[in-house]
Every structure is written in C-alpha cells, then in structure tokens.
Write a protein that binds this ligand. Structure first.
Ligand code: NAG
Ligand code: NAG
Ligand code: NAG
Ligand code: NAG
Length: 955
C-alpha cells in the first residue's frame, strides 16, 4: 500500500513537471534565466517557479511572479520591478531581447555588480530605467540612444568610471537623468547642452574635471540641476543664466573660482541657489536681488568680499541666507530684518561690523541666527525671539554688549545659546524653568555679574554649560547643580564663586568639570563617586581642603585631575595606581604628604605635577629616604650622610647581586641576550645589573608589562619592558620579537634587543629623553609643529600597517605611547606588544605565519582600532588635550563648533591658510573616529590626505 502511494505520487509529479516544462513560454524561460544569474540569498524570487495547469496557451506564466507586470491579457511583459530585493551578482543581459515591449525596468536598491549589460539597449520600448543604488562598474556602455522612448534614466550611486556617456543627449524624450555618485571622470561633454526635454540632471559627487560647458545654458527645459562635489576648473559660465526654467541649481564644492556672474539674476524661477564651498571671489552681484522667487541662497565658504547689497531686501521669499565663511564687510542692511520669510541667517566668520538691525526677528519667522566671529557691536535686538521660534542664537566672538533681558527673558524655544567672548554684562536673567529644550549654553568670557543662576537645575535638557571667565559673577553654586540629568560639560572657571562644592548627586553623565580659579572652600564631597563618566576635572586655584577623596581614584574614565594650588592635605590615595585611564594628576602647591604611589603613570606626569608639597616624596620627585629623612632632620654632617648613603648603596647592591644569583639558580634557566643592532655588545647580566633596584623589583607585576629606564655599563640608557611568558611559547614569542626588532622606521622607537630566561623576557628599547606626548599635550605649540607631530605619527603607523608584511597592528596607540625625541619628532612605542601579550595567552589574533598577506578578521579589526586611536590622538593634539575622551565628547558636536573651539585653542582668529589646514585635519580626525570601522580610512588614505595639507612656508 505504502509503495503504491509513493509510486502514484511520483508519477503525478512527473506528469505535472513535464506538462509545466513543455508549456513554459519564452518570456518565462527568459525570466528564469535572468533569475539564475542573480545571487538571491534572501529568496526574494522564490515565487519565480513554473506552476502547472493554470496557464492557457499564449499566456505568460511569469505574469503572476513578484515584480513582473504584464498587460491585461498576460501576453506581454511590460514592467519588471526588482527593486529592494537584496539581489546580488552580475547580469549578462542575454535575455533582454525577449522583452521588446518592456516599458519599465527597475533594478534599484540591490547589490548588482559587474558591467552594465549592453543587452539593456535592446529594450527599445523602455520608458524608465532605474539601476540606482547598485554597484555596477566599468564604463557606461555606448548604445543608450537606442532607447528612444526613455524618459527616466536613474543610475545614481554606482561605481561607473570613465567619461560620461555622450550619446545620452540623443534621447529626445529624456526628462530625468541621474548619474551622481559614481566615479565618472573627465569634463561634462558640451553635448549635454543639447538635451531637448531634460528637466532634472544630477551629476554630483563624481570625479568630473574641466570647465563647465557654457552650452549647458541652452537647457531651456531644465528645472533642477546638481553638478557639485566635483573638481571643475575655472569659473561659472554666465550662460547658465539662460536656463530660464531653472528652479534649483546646486554646484556646491565644485572647485569653481572667479566671480559669481550677475547673469544668474535672469533665472527668474530660481528657488534654490547653492554655490557654497568653492573659491568664488569679488562682490556679491547686486542683480541677484532680482530673483524674487529665491527661497534658499547659500554662498558660504568662498572668498566673497564687500557688503550684503541693500537690494537683497527685495527677495521677499528668502528663507535661508547663508554667507558664512567669506570675507565680507559692512553692516547688515536694515532690509534684511524686514524680509518677511527669513528663517535662517548665517553670516558667521566674516568681518561684518556695526550693530544688528534693531528689528531683526520682528518678522516672527526667525529660527536660527548665527553671526559669530565678526566685529558686531550693540545689544541683542529686542524682537529677536518675537515669533517664539528662535532655537539657535549664536553670537560669540563679537563685541556685543548690554544684558540678556529683555530680548531673551521670554524665549522658551531656545535650544542653543552661544554668547561667549563678547562684552555682555548684567545678571544672567534667564529663567531656566522656562527653557525646556535648552541643551547648550555658553556665556563664557563676558562681564556678567549678579551671582550664579539659582534655578539652573530646572533645565532638564542641558548638556553643556559654560560660564567661565566672568570674573565679576560671584555667588555660590546651588545645592542641586549636579542633578541636571543630561549634563556633560560644566565649566565655571574664574567666576569669583565662593562657598562649598555641592554634593554630587545624579551626575551620571558629567564628563568635564572646570571650576578652577574661584574661591571654593571645604572638601571635595565623597559623592564624587557617583560621577561615573567623569573624564576631566579642574579644581585648581581654589581654597579647597581636606584629603583627596579615594573615590576619585575609582572613577573608571578619569584622565585629567587638576587639584593644584589648594590646601589639600593627607596623602595621594594609593588606589590611583590601579586607575587605567589616568593621564595627569596635578596636586602641586598643596600640603600633600607621604610618598607618590609607584607607577609609571606617575613618573610620566613629570615632577611639576607634584611640586611645592614639602612633605611629598617619591618618583618623579626626590626618592623617599625613609629613616634617613629623620637623620637629615637632626642636622647630620655631610660626610656622615654620604657614608650612610654609601652603606645603603652597598647593601642594595649586595641584595641585588644575591637576587640575580638566586634568580639564576632557581631553575629559571640561564639568561640569554639577543641584540638587534650594532650597539657595543652587552650581556644579560649587564642589563640585570643596571636596574635600579626599587624600580625593577617593585613594579614588576605578572603579565602587566611595565617599562623602566636602565643605564647599561657602557653608559647607554635604554628603556626596558618586562613580560612574563610561558615556557612553551618562548620560541614563538622570540620569533615575533625578532620580527619587531627588524622594523626600522624613523617614527618608531627602536627595539635594541631582548634578554630572557624561561620565565620572563626583558625587551630593550632605545631611550628617548624628551618624554611622551601625553605629558606635553596641553603645551602650546605652533600649528606647524602639531602638523609635523601628526604626520610623524601617521607615518609610523602607516609603516606598521602597510610596509610590514604581514601587517602589525600597534594595538595600544595612545598619546602616552608616543615618545618625543630631542627634535620633537614623534616615535611610536609599544607597537605590537598587544599581539605579543595575546600570543602569550594563546589568543592568536595574529599569526606571524599568515600566508598570502591575508589578514584574519581579528587583525583587521585591530588595524581599524589603530586608525580610530590615531584619530583620537589627532583630536587631542589639535585641541591641546581638551578633546580627550576618544571621540565621545566630539560625537555630539557639530563640526563647525569643534572647529571654532579648535581655532580658539590654536589662537587662529582670522581666516588664513592655517584655518584651512585645521579644517582639513579635523575632518580627517572625524573620519578616523567614525563609529563603523569600515567607514574609517586606511592609513594609506590618511597619509594621502595628510600629504595634501602642505603648510605654507613663511619666508
Ligand atoms: C486581449 O485579447 C482579446 C481577445 O483575445 C483581444 O480582442 C484584445 O485586443 C486583447 N487586448 C490586448 C490589450 O492585447
Ligand atoms: C524603482 O523602485 C524604487 C523602490 O521601490 C522607487 O523608489 C523608484 O521610484 C523606482 N524607480 C522608478 C523609475 O520608478
Ligand atoms: C539585440 O538582440 C539581438 C539578438 O536578438 C542582438 O543580435 C543585438 O546585438 C542586440 N542589440 C543590442 C543593442 O544589444
Ligand atoms: C515609443 O512610444 C511611442 C508612443 O508611445 C510608440 O508608438 C512607439 O512604438 C514606442 N517605441 C519606439 C521604439 O519608438
């Protein structure tokens, strides 16, 4: 019975299949052939199968398949829409001649690659062709002119290269053309001026060059044209003013120079004109104001000079006016304030002067005003917030004066308020309870008075608050200061604030606290423990007292802690030794006693961080002499002192020799020395003998490698790092160290050799006397010096990543691992040691036997991490250490904002060539610290980008 059923079933299946197969029509066959070329990992075309029976002769099976559209009688296929089906693979196009009647073909939003098949040009009835958002590459094939009915050609975001297809203009019905976002090179063909019906053209974001052909002006039907983000030559042809239907023109970032042609004013239908980020110079043409249809005008980031023409007040539809980053002068014409639709006025970084028009804002539409970094004077216009829509008010770095009220007393729409670096005075009369959305307030560097605002804790969205350098402010901090739930940055340096530090309740998100140069007294509350995210705290120059709370040492992210110039007493909590994040603890000029915890972090901070504490000792200060100190106190003779010292030394030496002897005996095996360079030969015992006893014995903790300095008997100073190893890994690790030792690059610290027994290995580096970058990060440097530093670090890292084979991830790149030589040339230290550590622990992210130069994934990940770390160091360098938290303080900030902070840090005020370089370097750093590793550039790219930044040689 079972058998029979099975047999019957098989027979049935055979029957059905043979019927289906025999009746499959040519269209369905072609569709199936097409399907077989796709990589369809997600089964998007799983319903493309031939079912039996339902199809009377003459009809097409495929008409019921997803994405296939047929006519009513199911006899011809008129549309194929495979968009967003997650299809990959390359297509041959051999089937396309079957679909002569096809009208719409949509392959967009897939992962198709390879060449665009010329078979597509057989689809002579095609009206729309959409292959956008794929990865088609190679030249765009010739032949599209066959598609005489084509109205839409969308190839946006592919990887086409070579020149733009010249036969496109032969398409007499084409209305929509998008070839943006590929790698097309060469000029825009002058033939592109002969489209008969084209309304939309986008060629932006390619690698186009050459002059913009004036013939484009003949495109009378054009409505929307985008050709920016290319690298054209020369200026903007005046003929473009003839495109009489044009509503939208965007040639931003097109490398254009010369002046803005006044003929553009003939574009009487134009609504948006974007010419930002070019090199346009000269005056703004007065004629532009004739374009009364204009809604958005952005000419920022050029070299335009002169004033805003009075006539601009005629552009009654203008909503956005952006002229920032130019070289414009004069005052803002009254008429600008009267523009009835104006919402956004961005004119920062120019040389405008005078006061803002009195009635600015009275149009009740104003949302965003940024006039920062100019020479404006006068008060904040009274009506600035009249419409209740103003959310960004950015006035910093001008000479504005007067108070905040009444202009801002009732401006509850504010989100960002930046008034720093002006001459504002009076009370901080903001009612924080009426500012529900405010997230960023900077009032620093003004003359505010009347006490610290009492109700600041009411602003539940505040993230950044800076009121520093208002020396007349005075008052005390309210109890609830730290209960702002989103606060990250709190800065109130030099504000004449007295009283105690409020308890740190709920300060979960605070990253930075700056309260230096005030009159604060009392203790640092132990509740500081709740500030988990704290990275930087500056309490220097106050009258704070009591002990340094141990809780500070437990903060997981603390990097910089400045307690200097106070009255702190007691000792430095030993727990600071365990802090893995700490870079600087400055306790100078207090009454701290005892010894500095022994740890290389403390040594690297330099003695200035601990100076002027008479009762404090230990490295980097004078060593603690223990009982000797008492003798010294009792006015001992010099000779006796020396005798005692010698005796002490003798004892220490004896212990040391005994220790070495003991060490050798205790079956740790003999010490072996491997030297890499042509130094005068030295032996293992030379090295062992050269250790300063306290340093060597105390700081060696298993598996946490530490570095110390030693002077060899030959007088050569070396840095030594100790690593414990497992006996069975000795061979592998020594191979790896030998490989590291063979690396020679001027930006790497040289490895001199290593000395090992069966339990541990001492790795010897050249000793560089000038300390590391972390110690010196806040040092004011010339911009050129910084650039040199950045380039040096990049070259070192590039060498490890791209010149070593297989690549060696640094693994622990941070500013304390960048050592400076006497010429301030950076050398990377500790490269590859993380790998070594992992080799040691048998977690093998890297194998020195990797074949074919293939990185395994773990290695690749570490390379990306290196790039991120590099970006973080660059940020540190260009901000003098202010942007330290590895990107997290930068993530929420707009680039422009960062940029201005960095300009300020570098004392760059007026636009000049360094400003441009700073911009490029910042962009690079932001690129490197992108959150998705694969979005970061390789060190190869980094070096290329850096080499384009050529500092001008000043004669
Ligand atoms: C559909 O078929 C019918 C008869 O078979 C014919 O009269 C009609 O013209 C066809 N329509 C189309 C659109 O082909
Ligand atoms: C192609 O499909 C995408 C996604 O479904 C759609 O957004 C697009 O408009 C289509 N293209 C054409 C030319 O219709
Ligand atoms: C169109 O298809 C035919 C085969 O039917 C082929 O010979 C011809 O070269 C194709 N034309 C184009 C432009 O691909
Ligand atoms: C183009 O469209 C017209 C009108 O819709 C039609 O008559 C013609 O057959 C189509 N095909 C070609 C190749 O012109």
């Amino acid at each position: 019975m079972e058998d029979f059923r099975c047999l019957a079933f098989n027979f049935l299946m055979f029957f059905l299949l043979s019927v289906a197969a025999s009746s499959t029509d040519t269209h369905s066959k072609a569709l199936l052939a097409l399907k077989s070329e796709f990589i369809d990992d997600f089964g998007s075309l799983s319903d493309w199968i031939v079912r039996s029976g339902q199809n009377p002769l003459g009809k097409i099976h495929g008409c019921s398949w997803s994405g296939v559209q047929c006519d009513k009688n199911a006899t011809i296929v008129i549309g194929i829409d495979l968009s967003m089906k997650r299809l990959g693979g390359a297509i041959s196009g051999e089937q396309f001649h079957v679909f002569k009647e096809l009208v719409d073909l949509n392959l967009s939003h897939n992962y198709l690659s390879g060449k665009l098949p010329i078979g597509i040009f057989n689809l002579t009835n095609l009206r729309t062709l959409d292959i956008s958002r794929n990865n088609f590459s190679g030249h765009f094939p010739v032949g599209i002119f066959h598609l005489q009915n084509l109205t839409v050609c969308d190839a946006f975001s592919n990887s086409f290269s070579g020149s733009l297809p010249v036969d496109l203009p032969k398409l007499e019905n084409l209305k929509f053309l998008n070839l943006a976002g590929s790698y097309f090179t060469g000029p825009i063909p002058s033939e592109y001026g002969s489209f008969k019906t084209l309304e939309f053209m986008n060629l932006a974001g390619n690698v186009l060059s050459g002059n913009i052909p004036p013939e484009l002006g003949k495109l009378k039907t054009m409505i929307h044209m985008e050709i920016g983000y290319n690298s054209f030559h020369g200026g903007l042809p005046w003929e473009l003013g003839n495109m009489s239907n044009l509503q939208y023109l965007d040639i931003a970032s097109g490398n254009l120079s010369g002046s803005i042609p006044k003929e553009l004013s003939n574009l009487s239908n134009l609504e948006s004109l974007f010419l930002f980020r070019n090199h346009f110079s000269g005056l703004l043409p007065v004629e532009l104001s004739k374009i009364t249809s204009l809604v958005n005008l952005d000419l920022s980031d050029n070299h335009i000079s002169g004033p805003i023409p009075e006539s601009f007040s005629e552009m009654k539809n203008l909503r956005l006016l952006s002229l920032m980053y130019n070289e414009m002068t004069g005052s803002v014409p009254k008429g600008i304030a009267e523009l009835p639709s104006l919402e956004t006025l961005l004119i920062w970084s120019n040389q405008f002067s005078g006061s803002l028009p009195k009635n600015l804002g009275s149009n009740k539409k104003l949302k965003w005003l940024d006039v920062s970094t100019n020479n404006f004077v006068g008060h904040i216009p009274l009506d600035i917030c009249l419409g209740g829509l103003l959310f960004k008010l950015i006035l910093f770095s001008n000479k504005f004066s007067g108070g905040l009220s009444p202009s801002l007393s009732n401006c509850s729409s504010l989100v960002r308020l930046r008034l720093e670096d002006n001459l504002f005075s009076g009370d901080i009369s903001l009612k924080f309870s009426d500012l529900p959305d405010i997230s960023y307030i900077d009032l620093s560097m003004n003359n505010f008075s009347g006490g610290f605002p009492r109700d600041i804790s009411k602003s539940s969205n505040l993230q950044y608050f800076n009121i520093s350098y208002n020396p007349e402010l005075g008052g005390v901090f309210p109890e609830e200061t730290w209960s702002l739930p989103l606060l990250q940055n709190f800065s109130a340096s030099d504000c004449g604030i007295s009283g105690k530090l409020p308890k740190f309740q709920l300060c979960k998100s605070v990253l930075t606290i700056e309260l230096n140069d005030n009159d604060l007294s009392g203790n640092v509350p132990e509740s500081i423990a709740s500030c988990h995210a704290l990275v930087r705290m500056d309490l220097s120059y106050n009258n704070l007292s009591g002990r340094i709370p141990e809780e500070l040492a437990h903060l997981p992210s603390i990097r910089i802690l400045d307690l200097s110039h106070n009255d702190f007493n007691g000792s430095i909590p030993d727990k600071f030794r365990d802090s893995s994040s700490l870079l600087l603890l400055n306790v100078s000029s207090n009454d701290i006693s005892g010894s500095i915890p022994e740890n290389k972090v403390f040594w690297s901070m330099g003695s200035s961080a601990f100076a002027e504490n008479p009762k404090l000792c230990g490295a980097p200060l004078e060593p603690c002499s223990g009982p000797l100190a008492i003798f010294v106190g009792k006015e001992m003779g010099k000779l006796e002192l020396i005798l005692i010292l010698c005796a002490g030394l003798a004892i220490i030496t004896t212990i040391l020799i005994a220790w070495i002897f003991f060490a050798r005996k205790r079956s740790k095996g003999k010490w072996k020395m491997v030297c890499f360079t042509g130094l005068p030969p030295f032996t293992a015992s030379d090295i062992l003998r050269s250790f300063d006893s306290t340093e060597s014995k105390e700081t060696i903790t298993p598996l946490s490698a530490s570095i110390f300095k030693a002077v060899l008997p030959t007088g050569i100073a070396v840095s030594i790092k100790k690593i414990d190893w497992e006996e069975q890994r000795i061979r592998m690790i020594s191979e790896f160290i030998t490989q590291l030792g063979s690396l020679r690059h001027k930006n790497l610290v040289r490895l001199l050799g290593f000395c090992h027994n069966k339990q541990m290995v001492y790795v010897l580096y050249e000793y560089l006397p000038n300390g590391n970058l972390a110690e010196k990060i806040s040092m004011k440097r010339e911009w050129l010096t910084k650039l040199k530093l950045i380039k040096g670090i990049a070259r070192g890292l590039h060498f490890l990543h791209h010149d070593c084979y297989p690549a060696i991830p640094h693994g622990d790149l941070k500013s304390s691992n960048v050592i400076l030589d006497e010429n301030m040339e950076p050398h990377l230290a500790e490269f590859g040691l993380r790998c070594l550590q992992q080799l040691n622990e048998d977690r093998l992210p890297f194998s020195s036997t990797t074949k074919g130069g293939e990185f395994n994934n773990a290695t690749e990940e570490e390379l990306w991490m290196d790039v991120h770390s590099f970006g973080a160091i660059v940020l540190e360098i260009i901000s003098n250490g202010r942007l330290t938290s590895a990107g997290s303080s930068t993530q929420n900030k707009a680039r422009d904002l960062l940029l201005r902070e960095i300009y300020k840090e570098n004392g760059i005020s007026s636009p000049n060539s360094s400003q441009e370089e700073v911009k490029q370097v910042l962009d690079l750093a932001l690129l490197c610290t992108r959150s998705r590793p694969s979005n970061r550039p390789s060190m190869e790219d980094v070096l290329k980008l850096l080499s384009e930044i050529k500092p001008e040689v000043k004669s």
